[in-house]
Design a binder for this molecule. Sequence first.
Ligand SMILES: [Zn+2]
Length: 277
Amino acid sequence: MNIFELLRKALLYITAAAVGLAGVGIAIATTPLAAQAQSQDQELQMGQEVFNELKAKAEIIESSPLYDQLKPIADAITRAAQPRYNHPFKFYLVHEPQPNAFATPGGNVYVVDSLLYFVKNTDELAGTLCHEVSHTIHHDAMELMEKRQRIAEREIGAAIILGPSTAHVLAIALLGALHSLSYSRDVESRADITGSDVCAAAGYNPWGLVWLFQDFKNAKTEQVPQLLSDHPDNQDRIDALEQHFRKNPSVFKKFNPDPKSASPLVVPDKAPEVFLR
Ligand SMILES: [Zn+2]
């Protein structure tokens, strides 16, 4: 499916909103799995649109000493994960109200600055980033949008009016979905498992994600990063991870489950930030 078709599909969303069905979801092009190469290009285009949107909102941090903390972790994860995805992974710090991280199709991973202050050690940050990278490897964002599109199509049929601002709308729709914890528990758990494999391969302790879940249990609600706050079923995700570790002792046995063994993440207080404009 080409970008024109993609944009036509996106207009379905506008149409849905116009007829008062905004709640049904976001319309984005269906991508048959067979059209893998084509869909990869589509993923790149989607990712670029979201980047443009974040840049327009002046959220993207162009330079900051915080990158000194992020970069070695991002580089190691990229080396481990890149063979599983055919666009380069790129990590960007962004400034948003909630500590969070999210990945868009096309390889971009966005890390909210305050997440670096929330995590207790390097492995917790690495675990979060490995999880996000795994959503990209699994094409979860695209599948989510396809699912929503099918629902919208069922609701409103296929009346489509072309307009100039479609790509922009598309980016906002995707951003909204990525910020509203739209993934199912199964999709999240799958990203945890692949993420733990990626982290192990990158040399970070895969228990980091488990520790992060445990931190959330003890944190005040308003401090809990949005990426997990809506998931009261974190214990299921912990259980699934621990089971995965037990089943693969050759990979995971060497990692210490005790958070006291982790290296703290040292982050400069109130680090300056220059925004991309
Ligand atoms: Zn996730």
